[in-house]
Design a protein around this ligand. Structure first.
Ligand SMILES: [Zn+2]
Length: 485
């Protein structure tokens, strides 16, 4: 059977607000004592009323706009009812049939190959997070579980894609690029291990001949890029095997066991009626003014994908290098700051990615803390292009700039690589070079200017970059009576 893999993702991103979605409790809970950031609202005590956090709306709108969604001017909050110990109210305030935003897409690009895919976004809605259960079965004779409500009520944006991803690799790529995007925008810290970005994936196999969709299974709570890919790859193999043997896929929710590298059934998939959604009576419909949408839109910075394309166009970088500067935006900023001061972008790019990053990683220093600023790196490169030092010496100077924090010129002053300024000494060296390069002298006499630079280069090489190039130029011209050329 000719078949096609169909994958859709549901991604929860924790919005970077200072306070929770419906109360003023702090969202800063990592490493905190359990149940410190709680109040009657997020504990769901009788009589308490939710108050919507404006910042959360703004961050969700911002995310929806970059995902090219249509923002609904009016959306509703619903109660999603279910019982679980990490949910003190026994319902979660979420959005159901009138979400904040709908009908968008994210264009993702394969690194190195020129291939872009548009992945549709069905919806983006706001909801509150649940608490956390901590299971410690080994402590006493009975199994114990604790519950921590610090996370309860933290704002989440849930993003649901269309089933338009067609391989586990593509799903992983989508998630990486979405993560980079929300981090870049400052709407989420993107930390998957700490759970600020979580992913559920559904997968099915479509018969290409009939176009019929297969039964899908959903894998819950994937908390790393690798587990998304591994879990989907496993699930794909499992489904294929069942179908090949003439079996039937059961619609269900499955759990990815990271240690055993398998998915195992959790429960049969719930349908919407199981949650008995109804409009949240304690909250008014959410109205978003056009003015707010415009204001947020105006403040959206250049997006990674836009930057990647601009870097290629403006600096003629390779796809791979442009991708590197986009993925590491601080490094991209470094490159662009230096590029504004230095004309040879190709040389600059090579020095940054090979030499600078090489030395920094040897010293375990991040580019953010580089002792060599873009201005200082350009200062060094100018000494090379002016022929004052050779590239080789430049490399050792860069290494010293990193370990001492000094400027290139300062290092040259203080070290043996100081220039030779003595006329007589340079004249002697020029004579040696002249003896070896009669052809170039003839070329120069017949007006080939390039030969002059070549001869200067030879002197520089002979002196290991220590001769002062202006002086060398002057002496060569004088010796050959070339003042008027
Ligand atoms: Zn609270």
């Amino acid at each position: 059977m000719s078949e096609e893999v169909v994958i859709g993702l549901e991604i929860h991103i924790q919005l970077l607000t200072k306070t929770k979605l419906f109360c003023s409790c702090s969202t800063d809970y990592i490493g905190k004592e359990p149940n410190l950031n709680v109040c009657p609202v997020c504990l769901g005590l009788p009589g308490s009323l939710p108050v919507l956090n404006k910042k959360a709306i703004e961050l969700a709108v911002k995310t929806a706009l970059v995902l090219n969604c249509k923002i609904n001017r009016v959306s509703l909050f619903h109660r999603k009812n279910y019982f679980y110990p990490d949910l003190p109210k026994n319902y979660q305030i979420s959005q159901y049939d009138f979400p904040l935003a709908e009908n968008g897409y994210l264009e993702i690009s394969y690194p190195e190959v020129r291939k872009n895919i548009k992945v549709g976004i069905i919806r983006l809605h706001l909801e509150e997070d649940a608490g956390k259960l901590i299971h410690k079965g080994e402590i006493t004779r009975a199994n114990h579980s604790w519950v921590d409500y610090n996370r309860t009520g933290i704002p989440l944006a849930e993003i649901v894609t269309k089933p338009e991803l067609h391989s586990p690799e593509e799903a992983q790529l989508f998630l990486i690029q979405l993560r980079n995007l929300v981090k870049y925008l400052g709407v989420c810290d993107g930390n998957m291990e700490e759970g600020s970005l979580r992913c559920d994936a559904n997968i099915s196999i479509r018969d290409k001949k009939t176009g019929a969709l297969g039964t899908k299974t959903e894998i819950k709570n994937l908390n790393s890029f690798r587990s998304v890919r591994n879990a989907l790859e496993f699930e794909l193999r499992r489904q294929k095997k069942i179908l090949e043997q003439g079996g039937r896929i059961i619609q269900e929710t499955r759990h990815w066991n990271e240690e055993k590298k398998i998915t195992v059934p959790m429960r049969s998939k719930e349908e919407a009626p199981d949650y008995r959604y109804f409009p949240e009576p304690d909250l008014l419909p959410l109205r978003i003014e056009q003015e707010m949408i415009e204001r947020i839109n105006k403040n959206i910075p250049e997006l990674p994908e836009q930057r990647r394309k601009r870097l290629i166009k403006e600096y003629h970088l390779s796809e791979k290098d442009a991708q590197m500067y986009t993925d590491h935006s601080t490094l991209g900023d470094y490159f662009e700051q230096a590029a504004a001061l230095f004309p040879d972008k190709k040389m600059l790019n090579n020095w940054i990615k090979v030499e600078l990053l090489g030395y920094l990683s040897k010293k375990k220093i991040n580019i953010e803390h580089s002792p060599v600023s873009p201005e200082r790196l350009v200062g060094l490169l100018k000494l090379i292009t002016q022929g004052i030092i050779t590239g080789k010496i430049g490399k050792s100077i860069l290494e010293r700039m990193i370990s001492t924090g000094q400027e290139a010129s300062q290092i040259i002053q203080e070290s043996k690589i100081k220039q030779i300024n003595d006329q007589e000494e340079i004249k002697k060296i020029v004579d040696i070079i002249f003896k070896e390069h009669n052809d170039s002298i003839e070329d120069l006499k017949s007006g080939k200017e390039k030969a002059l630079n070549y001869l200067i280069g030879q002197v520089m090489r002979y002196t290991k970059g220590r001769a002062k190039p202006e002086l060398v130029r002057e002496i060569i011209k004088k010796k050959l009576n070339l003042w008027n050329t």
